[in-house]
Ligand binder design. Structure first.
Ligand code: FES
Length: 575
């Protein structure tokens, strides 16, 4: 039987409920904002962590949504307070939003810890915001519910449907090949992003919002609702109502974040053919909960999980279609016995209860198990002398003939070198070459940016080439596609074997055998290693320095080493 908290058990009681000089200050200063004692006394204080900002275009509706969350909190007898946090918008944040995921995680944890908060509503959606918010909330351990931003509407141009990212990459290749006029290019620019909300392909944002739901952090069905649908507003106020109850019930992230729940998340990631970035984020989130997720677990699950979601970049539809076809609940119901249905979720019910009766309304968009988009999952984990600690590839979004390939390396020492030479007509490259980008990993770039979909050299684009084998220690956008081997660990900048690849070395990729091999002898590699010089680190101070000193490699989730699960962090003293 669940024991309900009493008002004096609330964490915020230490701020508001005590007859001390500090208690006087907390109450009188809340009254300064026009709230009467009865508005907040003895009520759960709900911190709404909002990643809205004018530079996070995907969250432009979240100022309004925060009001809808507050409405729900008030209705349920809570006291809402909005806590703005770094918005980490994918488009504008440089050098890469990934550099600031851990910053947001730390900010989330410390915002909750340092203030009189009993429960949290986490408002995010644009790529790194979801893992950042959840990592912080898991570490803090207070009841928390996640309100996903939701995806934007489908893009449109000249009668064609456009998908965020995926179609940008496609049409940019055509423009570089000389096939697209200025008018068409500018028309695409105006038609691709038609409303508030995140990228509407199955990129990192849609993947992570879906996985947050699978992990139990949202109300059922929340992650599939388009950002501008009135159901999204209803979901926001329902989440506000629910978090108040979660506080009284003391339903904390620790009860949601089990090994079974993470296995569910990996399974659904594979069935979605989700973003490769999700692997890094899941490892980091699980790390906060004290759960180890080796890359092999992803591969094991991938091999037995069919892809059921027919969304770009692996398929052809978009999130709006997914929602109208029944959304995530319908896909989970179709997966049924592949999931641990006893996993607990934010509404206090089990995952199995939440998907009861969910139906697929369009079997082209959400495939049934007898007609999957692919028999096995969306991501494969590779090993070999070039990636001793692993690398990943998304075969479902690549040209199948490249999945077993040997070719000579064309090596770029960093991203500047790549952009300087990639379109040089004299570049010694053919369609069979393997493009290699070094020093673009967690420490090398730094921040492991989404440079992993290396551009096809212009002269090959003009010959009609649209995919090649490409290798790097960075990531690629979840909306990207191509035979791109990513997240190579250890990375080049710390002396991983990727640093030793030289022009013309033969490289073998064999996805079925899960192999990535540099066809160079061990003796030659150790000789090269003895001459290797580490690249200069760009930051000597500030957050960049902290990042370089503590970032872990891709296979460990790129969290800071000191933020992994450990002993308890003390509550602040209040005197
Ligand atoms: Fe925000 Fe893609 S840019 S989700």
């Amino acid at each position: 039987m669940t024991t309900r908290k009493k008002p004096e058990d609330l964490r915020s009681h230490r701020w508001f409920g005590v007859d001390t000089m500090r208690g006087f200050g907390h109450r009188s200063r809340t009254m300064e904002m026009g709230f009467a004692r009865e508005d907040f006394a003895g009520k759960p204080v709900i911190g709404i962590i909002n990643t809205w900002s004018d530079t996070n275009t995907c969250h432009s509706h979240m100022r309004q949504r925060a009001e809808e969350v507050k409405r729900g909190v008030w209705q349920a007898g809570g006291f809402p307070v909005e806590l703005p946090a770094m918005s980490v918008g994918e488009q504008m944040t440089k050098p890469t939003s990934m550099m600031y995921r851990n910053f947001l995680a730390m900010e989330t944890e410390e915002l909750l810890r340092s203030q009189p908060i009993d429960g949290a509503v986490l408002m995010g959606g644009c790529d790194k915001t979801t893992p950042g918010l959840l990592m912080g909330a898991i570490s803090m351990g207070l009841p928390a519910i996640y309100v996903p931003a939701g995806a934007m509407l489908r893009g449109h141009f000249q009668g064609a449907t456009l998908g965020s990212g995926t179609d940008v990459f496609k049409y940019w290749a055509e423009r570089r090949a000389g096939n697209l006029s200025d008018d068409d290019w500018f028309g695409l620019e105006e038609g691709i992003a038609r409303s508030a909300g995140t990228c509407m392909t199955m990129g990192t944002a849609s993947t992570m919002m879906s996985l947050a739901e699978v992990l139990g952090f949202t109300l059922p069905g929340a992650s599939s609702i388009p950002a501008v649908d009135s159901n999204h507003q209803m979901m926001a106020s329902r989440s506000g109502r629910r978090i108040v109850e979660m506080v009284w019930e003391d339903l904390t992230p620790a009860q949601l974040c089990t090994q079974e729940a993470f296995d569910n998340a990996i399974t659904v990631d594979m069935a979605l053919s989700g973003s490769t970035n999700a692997m890094i984020h899941l490892v980091a989130m699980a790390g906060r909960a004290g759960i180890d997720l080796p890359l092999e677990r992803f591969d094991e699950i991938s091999k037995k999980t069919p892809v059921l979601c027919n969304l770009k970049p692996a398929g052809i539809y978009l999130m709006e279609d997914f929602y109208y076809s029944g959304g995530l609940r319908a896909m989970l119901a179709q997966m049924g016995d592949m999931l641990n249905l006893d996993a607990l979720t934010a509404n206090g019910k089990k995952l199995g209860q939440n998907i009861e009766g969910a139906k697929i309304y369009n079997e082209e968009v959400i495939r049934v198990r007898s007609n999957p988009l692919s028999e096995t999952g969306g991501t494969a984990v590779l090993r070999g002398n070039l990636a001793p600690n692993g690398a990943v590839i998304k075969p479902t979004a690549a040209e199948p003939h490249l999945m077993k390939h040997t070719g000579p390396a064309v090596v770029f020492s960093d991203v500047d070198d790549m952009y300087k030479r990639i379109d040089d007509p004299n570049l010694n490259v053919t369609k069979d070459s393997v493009l290699v980008l070094q020093n673009a990993g967690p420490k090398g770039a730094p921040g492991m940016p989404e440079w992993g979909q290396l551009p096809i050299p212009k002269k090959l684009l003009e010959q009609g080439v649209r995919d090649m084998v490409r290798l790097s220690d960075c990531r690629m956008s979840g909306t990207s596609y191509g035979a791109c081997v990513l997240h190579i660990a250890p990375e080049a900048a710390i002396g991983g074997p990727l640093a030793l690849v030289q022009e013309g070395d033969m490289i073998t990729l064999d996805v079925e055998a899960r192999v990535l091999r540099l066809e160079v002898s061990d003796e030659e590699l150790s000789d090269r290693m003895s001459h290797w010089i580490a690249p200069e680190e760009p930051y000597t101070r500030g957050y960049g320095r902290l990042f370089l000193d503590h970032i872990t490699q891709a296979d460990k989730g790129c969290d800071f080493d000191f933020l992994h699960a450990g002993g308890p962090t003390p509550e602040p003293k209040i005197y």
